[in-house]
Design a protein around this ligand. Structure first.
Ligand code: N1C
Length: 268
Protein backbone atom coordinates (compact mmCIF):
# COMPACT_ATOMS: atom_id res chain seq x y z
CA UNK A 1 0.00 0.00 0.00
CA UNK A 2 1.44 3.27 -1.03
CA UNK A 3 0.50 6.14 1.19
CA UNK A 4 0.73 9.37 -0.67
CA UNK A 5 1.33 12.52 1.29
CA UNK A 6 -0.69 15.35 -0.09
CA UNK A 7 0.71 18.79 0.63
CA UNK A 8 -2.04 21.41 0.58
CA UNK A 9 -0.93 24.86 -0.36
CA UNK A 10 -2.02 27.01 2.55
CA UNK A 11 -3.85 30.26 1.84
CA UNK A 12 -1.89 33.25 3.20
CA UNK A 13 -2.12 33.17 6.97
CA UNK A 14 -3.69 36.31 8.26
CA UNK A 15 -4.65 37.22 11.75
CA UNK A 16 -8.16 36.09 12.62
CA UNK A 17 -10.78 38.66 13.58
CA UNK A 18 -14.39 38.47 14.68
CA UNK A 19 -15.81 40.53 11.80
CA UNK A 20 -16.41 39.64 8.15
CA UNK A 21 -13.41 39.99 5.84
CA UNK A 22 -12.70 42.41 2.99
CA UNK A 23 -15.48 42.53 0.39
CA UNK A 24 -14.59 40.26 -2.55
CA UNK A 25 -13.22 42.26 -5.52
CA UNK A 26 -12.80 45.33 -3.27
CA UNK A 27 -10.23 46.99 -5.53
CA UNK A 28 -12.24 46.51 -8.71
CA UNK A 29 -15.38 47.80 -6.99
CA UNK A 30 -13.81 51.03 -5.70
CA UNK A 31 -12.10 51.64 -9.03
CA UNK A 32 -15.33 51.05 -10.95
CA UNK A 33 -17.30 53.26 -8.58
CA UNK A 34 -14.71 56.02 -8.94
CA UNK A 35 -15.11 55.99 -12.73
CA UNK A 36 -18.90 55.73 -12.49
CA UNK A 37 -19.06 58.68 -10.12
CA UNK A 38 -16.66 60.96 -11.98
CA UNK A 39 -17.79 60.09 -15.51
CA UNK A 40 -21.53 59.48 -15.11
CA UNK A 41 -22.96 60.58 -11.75
CA UNK A 42 -21.18 63.95 -11.44
CA UNK A 43 -19.11 64.69 -14.56
CA UNK A 44 -19.15 68.37 -13.51
CA UNK A 45 -16.70 67.45 -10.72
CA UNK A 46 -13.95 67.61 -13.33
CA UNK A 47 -10.99 65.31 -13.75
CA UNK A 48 -10.07 62.95 -10.94
CA UNK A 49 -7.33 60.36 -11.29
CA UNK A 50 -9.16 57.18 -10.31
CA UNK A 51 -6.04 55.00 -10.58
CA UNK A 52 -4.25 57.27 -8.13
CA UNK A 53 -7.30 57.43 -5.86
CA UNK A 54 -7.65 53.64 -5.83
CA UNK A 55 -3.99 53.25 -4.92
CA UNK A 56 -4.17 55.89 -2.16
CA UNK A 57 -7.19 54.05 -0.74
CA UNK A 58 -5.46 50.67 -0.52
CA UNK A 59 -2.13 52.23 0.58
CA UNK A 60 -4.03 53.57 3.60
CA UNK A 61 -4.50 50.09 5.05
CA UNK A 62 -2.39 47.43 3.27
CA UNK A 63 0.53 45.91 5.23
CA UNK A 64 -0.71 47.68 8.37
CA UNK A 65 -2.24 46.58 11.65
CA UNK A 66 -6.01 46.95 11.03
CA UNK A 67 -6.53 47.83 14.71
CA UNK A 68 -4.15 50.83 14.66
CA UNK A 69 -5.60 52.73 11.74
CA UNK A 70 -5.21 56.53 11.91
CA UNK A 71 -6.59 59.64 10.26
CA UNK A 72 -3.09 60.21 8.83
CA UNK A 73 -3.28 56.89 6.96
CA UNK A 74 -6.18 58.32 4.97
CA UNK A 75 -4.72 61.81 4.38
CA UNK A 76 -3.33 61.13 0.86
CA UNK A 77 -6.73 59.72 -0.13
CA UNK A 78 -8.53 62.73 1.36
CA UNK A 79 -6.31 65.14 -0.57
CA UNK A 80 -7.10 63.45 -3.89
CA UNK A 81 -10.85 63.53 -3.32
CA UNK A 82 -11.71 67.00 -2.06
CA UNK A 83 -15.07 68.15 -3.28
CA UNK A 84 -17.21 71.18 -2.53
CA UNK A 85 -20.81 70.74 -1.49
CA UNK A 86 -22.87 73.93 -2.00
CA UNK A 87 -24.12 75.75 1.11
CA UNK A 88 -27.54 74.59 2.41
CA UNK A 89 -27.20 71.23 0.60
CA UNK A 90 -25.58 69.01 3.23
CA UNK A 91 -27.79 66.20 4.51
CA UNK A 92 -26.62 64.23 7.56
CA UNK A 93 -28.33 61.19 9.03
CA UNK A 94 -28.25 58.66 11.82
CA UNK A 95 -30.04 55.32 11.83
CA UNK A 96 -31.97 56.23 8.68
CA UNK A 97 -29.57 54.82 6.09
CA UNK A 98 -32.25 53.60 3.66
CA UNK A 99 -34.72 56.47 3.91
CA UNK A 100 -32.14 59.23 3.68
CA UNK A 101 -30.74 57.84 0.45
CA UNK A 102 -34.21 57.42 -1.02
CA UNK A 103 -34.81 61.09 -0.30
CA UNK A 104 -31.43 62.19 -1.68
CA UNK A 105 -32.15 60.18 -4.82
CA UNK A 106 -35.27 62.27 -5.42
CA UNK A 107 -33.90 65.60 -4.16
CA UNK A 108 -30.89 65.52 -6.44
CA UNK A 109 -29.36 68.77 -5.21
CA UNK A 110 -28.92 67.44 -1.64
CA UNK A 111 -25.72 65.65 -0.68
CA UNK A 112 -25.37 62.91 1.86
CA UNK A 113 -21.81 61.68 2.34
CA UNK A 114 -22.64 58.79 -0.02
CA UNK A 115 -23.44 61.36 -2.71
CA UNK A 116 -19.82 62.55 -2.60
CA UNK A 117 -17.02 60.64 -4.35
CA UNK A 118 -15.43 59.02 -1.28
CA UNK A 119 -18.71 58.05 0.37
CA UNK A 120 -19.97 56.69 -2.94
CA UNK A 121 -16.85 54.56 -3.41
CA UNK A 122 -16.83 53.05 0.09
CA UNK A 123 -20.56 52.67 0.79
CA UNK A 124 -21.40 49.19 2.07
CA UNK A 125 -17.88 47.79 1.69
CA UNK A 126 -15.48 46.25 4.21
CA UNK A 127 -11.71 46.19 4.06
CA UNK A 128 -8.59 45.51 6.08
CA UNK A 129 -4.99 44.53 5.64
CA UNK A 130 -2.47 42.66 7.73
CA UNK A 131 0.98 43.75 8.96
CA UNK A 132 2.49 40.44 7.83
CA UNK A 133 1.17 40.50 4.28
CA UNK A 134 0.89 42.93 1.35
CA UNK A 135 -2.58 41.58 0.56
CA UNK A 136 -6.07 42.32 1.74
CA UNK A 137 -7.53 40.05 4.37
CA UNK A 138 -10.58 38.48 2.74
CA UNK A 139 -11.02 36.03 5.63
CA UNK A 140 -11.81 38.37 8.50
CA UNK A 141 -11.53 41.99 9.63
CA UNK A 142 -11.75 43.53 13.11
CA UNK A 143 -15.23 43.92 14.54
CA UNK A 144 -15.83 47.39 15.97
CA UNK A 145 -17.15 46.08 19.29
CA UNK A 146 -15.47 42.68 19.70
CA UNK A 147 -11.98 43.55 18.40
CA UNK A 148 -11.10 47.24 18.25
CA UNK A 149 -12.63 50.65 17.58
CA UNK A 150 -9.66 52.03 15.63
CA UNK A 151 -10.13 49.57 12.78
CA UNK A 152 -9.53 50.54 9.15
CA UNK A 153 -13.23 50.90 8.27
CA UNK A 154 -14.36 52.84 11.36
CA UNK A 155 -11.40 55.22 11.14
CA UNK A 156 -12.21 55.83 7.48
CA UNK A 157 -15.84 56.81 8.26
CA UNK A 158 -14.73 58.96 11.19
CA UNK A 159 -12.21 60.74 8.96
CA UNK A 160 -14.50 61.37 5.99
CA UNK A 161 -17.48 62.28 8.20
CA UNK A 162 -15.31 64.82 10.01
CA UNK A 163 -14.30 66.50 6.76
CA UNK A 164 -17.88 66.40 5.46
CA UNK A 165 -19.11 68.26 8.58
CA UNK A 166 -16.20 70.72 8.60
CA UNK A 167 -16.90 71.65 4.98
CA UNK A 168 -20.64 72.26 5.50
CA UNK A 169 -22.11 75.78 5.36
CA UNK A 170 -25.48 77.51 5.68
CA UNK A 171 -28.36 75.35 6.91
CA UNK A 172 -27.44 71.72 7.56
CA UNK A 173 -30.18 69.08 7.70
CA UNK A 174 -30.16 65.81 9.57
CA UNK A 175 -32.59 62.93 9.14
CA UNK A 176 -33.08 61.05 12.42
CA UNK A 177 -35.03 57.97 13.39
CA UNK A 178 -37.84 58.67 15.83
CA UNK A 179 -38.70 54.99 16.22
CA UNK A 180 -35.58 53.97 18.12
CA UNK A 181 -35.13 54.80 21.80
CA UNK A 182 -31.95 56.82 21.31
CA UNK A 183 -32.89 59.01 18.35
CA UNK A 184 -29.78 61.10 19.03
CA UNK A 185 -27.30 58.37 19.97
CA UNK A 186 -24.13 59.66 21.62
CA UNK A 187 -22.16 56.72 20.19
CA UNK A 188 -23.16 57.43 16.57
CA UNK A 189 -20.89 59.07 14.01
CA UNK A 190 -23.39 61.88 13.76
CA UNK A 191 -23.14 62.60 17.51
CA UNK A 192 -19.45 61.86 18.08
CA UNK A 193 -17.99 63.37 14.94
CA UNK A 194 -20.34 65.47 12.84
CA UNK A 195 -22.07 67.63 15.47
CA UNK A 196 -18.71 68.66 16.92
CA UNK A 197 -17.12 69.44 13.57
CA UNK A 198 -19.77 71.79 12.20
CA UNK A 199 -18.24 75.28 12.14
CA UNK A 200 -20.57 77.79 13.84
CA UNK A 201 -19.07 80.63 11.74
CA UNK A 202 -20.36 78.89 8.62
CA UNK A 203 -23.30 76.80 9.82
CA UNK A 204 -26.01 78.93 11.39
CA UNK A 205 -28.73 76.27 11.73
CA UNK A 206 -29.08 72.53 12.14
CA UNK A 207 -32.53 71.45 11.02
CA UNK A 208 -33.59 68.01 12.23
CA UNK A 209 -36.25 65.95 10.50
CA UNK A 210 -37.29 63.16 12.83
CA UNK A 211 -39.10 60.38 11.00
CA UNK A 212 -41.08 57.64 12.67
CA UNK A 213 -41.78 54.21 11.26
CA UNK A 214 -45.11 54.62 9.50
CA UNK A 215 -46.33 51.32 11.00
CA UNK A 216 -46.09 52.62 14.55
CA UNK A 217 -46.41 56.34 14.77
CA UNK A 218 -46.10 57.60 18.33
CA UNK A 219 -46.16 61.00 19.97
CA UNK A 220 -43.85 63.95 19.37
CA UNK A 221 -40.28 62.69 18.89
CA UNK A 222 -38.81 66.20 18.93
CA UNK A 223 -39.61 66.49 22.63
CA UNK A 224 -37.75 63.28 23.54
CA UNK A 225 -34.84 63.49 25.98
CA UNK A 226 -32.16 62.59 23.42
CA UNK A 227 -33.29 65.44 21.14
CA UNK A 228 -33.19 67.85 24.08
CA UNK A 229 -29.60 66.76 24.57
CA UNK A 230 -28.79 67.54 20.93
CA UNK A 231 -30.46 70.93 21.28
CA UNK A 232 -28.36 71.69 24.36
CA UNK A 233 -25.10 70.70 22.66
CA UNK A 234 -25.89 72.94 19.70
CA UNK A 235 -26.91 75.93 21.80
CA UNK A 236 -23.54 75.69 23.57
CA UNK A 237 -21.91 75.68 20.13
CA UNK A 238 -23.93 78.73 19.00
CA UNK A 239 -25.80 76.85 16.29
CA UNK A 240 -29.57 77.30 16.06
CA UNK A 241 -31.52 74.06 16.28
CA UNK A 242 -34.91 73.35 14.76
CA UNK A 243 -36.80 70.06 14.85
CA UNK A 244 -39.72 68.79 12.79
CA UNK A 245 -41.62 65.55 13.27
CA UNK A 246 -42.51 63.44 10.26
CA UNK A 247 -41.48 65.94 7.58
CA UNK A 248 -44.15 65.63 4.89
CA UNK A 249 -42.02 65.14 1.75
CA UNK A 250 -40.27 62.20 3.41
CA UNK A 251 -43.55 60.85 4.80
CA UNK A 252 -44.68 60.63 1.16
CA UNK A 253 -41.69 58.42 0.42
CA UNK A 254 -42.70 56.13 3.30
CA UNK A 255 -46.22 56.08 1.81
CA UNK A 256 -44.85 54.84 -1.51
CA UNK A 257 -43.78 51.72 0.38
CA UNK A 258 -46.96 51.40 2.49
CA UNK A 259 -49.68 53.05 0.37
CA UNK A 260 -52.52 51.35 2.23
CA UNK A 261 -51.45 52.52 5.65
CA UNK A 262 -54.05 54.72 7.37
CA UNK A 263 -51.77 57.74 7.52
CA UNK A 264 -51.28 57.50 3.76
CA UNK A 265 -54.89 57.16 2.72
CA UNK A 266 -56.14 60.69 3.21
CA UNK A 267 -56.36 62.81 0.11
CA UNK A 268 -53.28 65.02 -0.18
O1 N1C B 1 -23.09 56.42 13.05
P1 N1C B 1 -24.13 57.15 12.26
O2 N1C B 1 -25.24 56.24 11.70
O3 N1C B 1 -24.77 58.33 12.96
O4 N1C B 1 -23.45 57.71 10.93
C1 N1C B 1 -24.13 58.49 9.99
C2 N1C B 1 -23.48 59.83 9.74
C3 N1C B 1 -24.03 60.42 8.46
O5 N1C B 1 -24.46 61.75 8.68
C4 N1C B 1 -22.91 60.30 7.44
O6 N1C B 1 -22.45 61.58 7.00
O7 N1C B 1 -22.08 59.67 9.56
C5 N1C B 1 -21.74 59.60 8.17
N1 N1C B 1 -21.56 58.15 7.81
C6 N1C B 1 -21.79 57.65 6.53
O8 N1C B 1 -22.05 58.40 5.59
C7 N1C B 1 -21.76 56.22 6.35
N2 N1C B 1 -22.02 55.44 5.27
C8 N1C B 1 -21.94 54.17 5.66
C9 N1C B 1 -21.20 57.26 8.80
N3 N1C B 1 -21.18 55.93 8.65
C10 N1C B 1 -21.48 55.40 7.42
N4 N1C B 1 -21.61 54.14 6.97
C11 N1C B 1 -21.56 52.90 7.77
O9 N1C B 1 -22.76 52.88 8.57
C12 N1C B 1 -20.41 52.83 8.74
O10 N1C B 1 -19.93 51.49 8.72
C13 N1C B 1 -20.99 53.16 10.09
O11 N1C B 1 -20.45 52.40 11.14
C14 N1C B 1 -22.48 52.91 9.97
C15 N1C B 1 -23.19 54.08 10.67
O12 N1C B 1 -24.59 53.96 10.74
P2 N1C B 1 -25.52 54.69 11.81
O13 N1C B 1 -25.23 54.24 13.22
O14 N1C B 1 -26.94 54.53 11.33
Amino acid sequence: VVVGIVMWRQPPQHQEWKGAGTTAHFYEIILGRCYTYTQIVRPELGHKDCQKIGKAFTDAFLSKDPCSSTEQDYQPLMELTNQTVPCDKTLLWSKTNELVHEYAWVQRELFTLENTLLGYMADGLRWCGDPGSPEMNYQSCPDRWKDCSNNSVSVFWNTVSKRFAEDACGVVRVLLNGSVHNTFDERSTFARVEVFNLHPEKVHTLQAWVMQDIRNISSDSCSHASIKNLKLILSKRNITFTCENNYRPIRFLQCVKYPDHSSCRSKI
